[in-house]
Ligand binder design. Sequence first.
Ligand code: ADP
Ligand code: MG
Length: 664
Amino acid sequence: MGHLPRLVKGKSLGFQSLALRIFKKGGNLRAALRPEGESRYKIAMPIRALADIIINQIAAGEVIERPASVVKELVENALDAGAKRIEVATAGGGLNLIRVIDDGGGIPPEELPLAVARHCTSKLTSDIHDIRTLGFRGEALPSIGSVGRLTLRSRTPDADGGAEITVDGGKASAVKPVAANRGTTVEVRDLFFATPARLKFMKSERAEAAAITEVVKRIALAFPAVRFMLSGTDRTSTELPAVSADGDGLLRRLGQIIGKDFAENALPIDAEREGVFLTGYASIPSFTRGNALAQFAYVNGRPVRDKLIAGAIRGAYMDALPRDRHAVTALFISLDPALVDVNVHPAKADVRFRDPGLVRGLIVGAIRQALEGAGVRAATTGAAAMLQAFRVPEGPSRANGANDFTGRPFSGTERPRGGWSMELSPSRPLEDAFPPAANGFAEAQQVVFDIGSVVSADARAGTLEALSDLVGRPLGAARAQVHENYIVAQTEDSLVIVDQHAAHERLVYEALKDAIHSKPLPSQMLLMPEIVDLPEEDAEWLCAHAEFLARLGFGVERFGPGAICVRETPSMLGEVDIAALIRDLADEIADNDTANSLKKRIDHIAATMACHGSIRSGRRLKPEEMNALLRQMEATPGSGTCNHGRPTYIELKLADIERLFGRR
Ligand code: ADP
Ligand code: MG
């Protein structure tokens, strides 16, 4: 560190000594003020070039953020070398060891010192605008070598033997001959031993190991014809056998990575606009995840994390998905390399398109077209003007009765501006095209919210109460159920329409939260244990949380690689689509691992479970059931919105109805 400028501490200059110095410098104020080791802080050294090791460590700060970044760089190198088989092994979340073995073209012995030297690459020729390889900056290996212990062993196809070079904390060894298989082996030990500050930022071994898996999967999706193996002391092994390089192979690779059922729920995407090609798959709206981790995007084969693409996907599904659900997608964009800048950030995951609007339009258009082709209608917007007149429940002010009904929106969620909106409603006419995967009804065993048991005599439908009876009943009396999801009720001075699914979900959520926080939830044994196929990480993750899940009423155990066996489910959920619920829980747990307090996590999980356990739209309710739902809503704080912040009911004031009819 001797070359780094040092800050030195000195005394401040008092008035008297300043006067003395001005005198000494012959009255020259500037000369007197020039520091002579007496200013409070000063740079102690003249400008000079940084040593290579420092330059490399600075670069490493950007390129090598965590072990997964090393794996990404090494796997990219293997692919650039034409490997057909790539083996990744790790220990200690990659901090102790990362080993990547490939069967690619190798590096001749005399080039080994260059491979680990800064700005040396075999990939970029003269044109930065024509990048056709994953690497091009020539800084991954030297960066890695500056912060860890790197060994590079390689043998080219025609050579008799191999050669090896090591770089230890920035110091390269001489090249020595070794026995080696054709291809290259890169080994990185003790990552960040040379930069302890970075080491401190590492998450748990498990989290780092998971990040490595994520990186390998992300890259592997773009190279179905390459066989990937991932193993190590910090993980269960995963193998992705090579499949064909065509669309068929891609679908199989997607199955290996996203899960077998993705293939059945994916729509092929194939579109072109002005020389920009988009291919891949996007899930149908009923196949969603609780987070956006299963959205994979590639630009000319390079995995990217791009806001523009993520936004376009969101836009494409806007009318088809609730706001808190995420589609599963694998999108491949190919275009002339000159039309995209990949040199935005050293980690090369960001890209900048020459024409972002074109790319966005292409993605939105292609996905929408696929969805429409599959029979999904976009939400109607024509009724918007009239809907303006509909009111979303306001706030405490409208609690015009003596009970504790508040209709307040669920805290922490945003409320749609300008009233209720079609896109935000959980019950848009989506399910016509894609009925919920299974019988999501929670009927007989519904113990939390027993809609049949709370009927009060005066709330019975069919009895036309005197208007005075409606006073103090903000949601009034049920008059009808329409479209098998909407309860139409009459209050003293308005018409109320309740979304039964959203409302029930909220009620189940509140009850679940209460129950979980106080004691373990009762569970029911399944007659037939259900086997759920999952990505291996998710299976591992869930089994690691088996005890926690038991508290929620789930009995899960391992069922071989990539599967778990569910023996018990929480009885209050009734009959649910177990596979879908388990997958959502895996997302939920993965998303919140360690980051959130237990309470918050439980609340999230309760929300996820409530979503599965609620009366789906489509269930016909008896009049007394409808009224019971209304009364229960009035008694539950926060029931004015569902768990996702969408309104559970809307209200049209009589005065507004009259205005609509031109009576006022
Ligand atoms: P870049 O990939 O940007 O060129 P790197 O530092 O990652 O920079 O690698 C430097 C060079 O080392 C590469 O250009 C390539 O020639 C060689 N190299 C690295 N890894 C491999 C590998 N697995 N097989 C063959 N050559 C490799
Ligand atoms: Mg590289």
